[in-house]
Design a protein around this ligand. Structure first.
Ligand code: ADP
Ligand code: MG
Length: 466
């Protein structure tokens, strides 16, 4: 008889974290967030890791997408496993055919007749779980207004943009949940632009464009995620424009997200970007320290994790780029606590656990040589062109060398790369940086100037002494 060992969840959590790290793009990580909740009861049976799902199609899809990755993740967690297998579980079949409370009528993997298929939304992406702060208060206010009166505000379409992992999908799905909770009769469609595009292509190939159009016209609230995906695809824009216009004409609500503002959508026709801007365009920015800490506290409480305050503060201070990275850091700490219940979590341990993420943060936040030159030029009241010129008067040599010095200290670029940006050799950059290094040791005025510029660049002057 095979030995069956139920995975208590700790290993699975660790696997999920590992897989996430193995995925190279945001789109893939987003997709994973949608699919992994459909996997259940992972079990180790001898050297085989078996995961239950609700439908045969999921077996095929997940085997293609994730079996190899999960295998690698398990091996990275020190498990001797040589196969990952997905199986259909009978009880899950029944369960998944029952639409969950929040998704009601319009929220099934097999679409109702005449209504477009909608993708599963994250159950916890609700307004209640969304932490408000200065970086997202505008977007939050607009989203709330739309949720309370879909199609009845002037915020149509509502266009939410901002960098990845800042909460766009969360806010968009919160609108979906809110509307479905209060108006189960309404047809809500959440779909990524990638899937929308695939459906469109399928309809084209199967001569089913009429049905495609009709289906989307029946939607009351269309949540279209990551529209930057559509931007480069000329062919679909025409159809998208038509679908979009007919929905707005029928006073249906449309909400879109994108990683850039409408005007910066590359490869997007102007009449389309113009249309996107006719409703309300809101940006989500990177959260402040206080918001980051508030998000961490709320996530820790929601997951019933007891993490000391000083650790949460440490994460909030060091992981600044986006909320997904902050969550990743929290998860890593939580996984440690789960797996090592008897070892108290100290700041030292947290520092060690988060070493890689903190390193990664540094490269994400890496300054460009261009930014440095611009800021230096501004501080000295000279032009960028002057910094780049061959002019050797002292009024230009100092700012030029300061820019070289800061580029060496604050970026991860090589001397050769920096030289290229200045139109100079690496030896010139080295000499320039050395000169400033020597001068700031004795000239306190120059040191202050350089430190001020460093702060203006959003960096800590203590980095200059490293
Ligand atoms: P985006 O779509 O902008 O890439 P997501 O909406 O997927 O980002 O958010 C990434 C993660 O961060 C999600 O798990 C989300 O719940 C969380 N998150 C982002 N902003 C907030 C916030 N203000 N409050 C709570 N969680 C947030
Ligand atoms: Mg998203």
């Amino acid at each position: 008889m095979e030995e069956k060992k139920k995975d208590g969840g700790n290993l699975w959590n660790a696997v999920v974290q590992q897989v996430k790290m193995l995925l190279p793009t945001e789109i893939e990580r987003n997709r994973m967030d949608r699919y992994f909740p459909l996997m259940h009861s992972p079990q180790l049976e001898d050297n085989r890791y078996v995961i239950e799902v609700g439908e045969q199609i999921q077996v095929e899809m997940f085997t293609n997408l994730y079996a190899q990755l999960i295998l690698e993740a398990l091996q990275a967690c020190g498990q001797s496993v040589d196969e990952v297998r997905f199986v259909v579980a009978k009880d899950l079949v029944a369960q998944q055919q029952q639409p969950a409370k929040y998704n009601r009528s319009s929220f099934q993997s097999t679409p109702q007749r005449g209504v477009p298929s909608t993708m599963p939304m994250h159950e916890n992406y609700t307004f209640e779980n969304f932490v408000k702060g200065p970086s997202n208060s505008f977007a939050h206010a607009a989203a709330t207004a739309v949720a309370k009166g879909p199609g009845r505000t002037s915020y149509n379409p509502l266009f939410i943009y901002g960098g990845t992992g800042l909460g766009k999908t969360h806010l968009m799905e919160a609108i979906g949940h809110y509307v479905l909770d209060r108006h189960p009769e309404m047809s809500v469609c959440y779909i990524t632009s990638e899937t929308f595009l695939n459906e469109y292509v399928n309809a084209l190939q199967n001569d089913a464009m009429h049905a495609f159009r009709e289906r989307y016209r029946k939607v009351d609230l269309l949540l279209l995620d990551d529209v930057q995906f559509i931007a480069g695809k000329q062919q679909i824009q025409e159809e998208f424009f038509n679908t979009f216009n007919s929905l707005l004409g029928l006073r249906k609500q449309v909400v879109m997200t994108s990683d850039v503002a409408p005007k910066d959508l590359k490869g997007c026709e102007e009449r389309l970007t113009g249309r996107f801007q006719q409703g309300m365009v809101v940006e989500i920015e990177s959260p402040s320290y206080e918001t980051r800490l508030a998000i961490l506290k709320s996530k820790a409480i929601a997951g019933h994790h007891l993490i000391p305050d000083e650790i949460l503060k440490f994460i909030a201070e060091n992981i600044r780029s986006h909320v997904r990275a902050i969550e990743g850091a929290l998860n890593r700490v939580v996984t440690f606590v789960d797996l090592n219940g008897d070892i108290p979590l100290t700041l030292d341990i947290a520092q060690h656990l988060l070493k890689d993420s903190i390193e990664e943060e540094k490269t994400i936040k890496d300054l460009t040589v261009d930014e440095i030159m611009r800021t230096v030029a501004l501080a000295y009241g000279v032009k960028m062109e002057d910094i780049l010129s061959k002019e050797r008067t002292q009024t230009l040599v100092t700012p030029r060398q300061v820019a070289m010095f800061l580029s060496c200290k604050l970026t991860t670029r090589s001397l050769v790369e920096i030289g290229r940006s200045f139109g100079k050799t690496h030896a010139t950059v080295y000499h320039g940086a050395q000169t400033i290094q020597k001068r700031i040791d004795v000239e306190s005025e120059l040191r202050k100037t350089v430190e001020n510029i460093t702060s203006q660049l959003g960096r800590n002057p203590s980095e200059l002494t490293k």
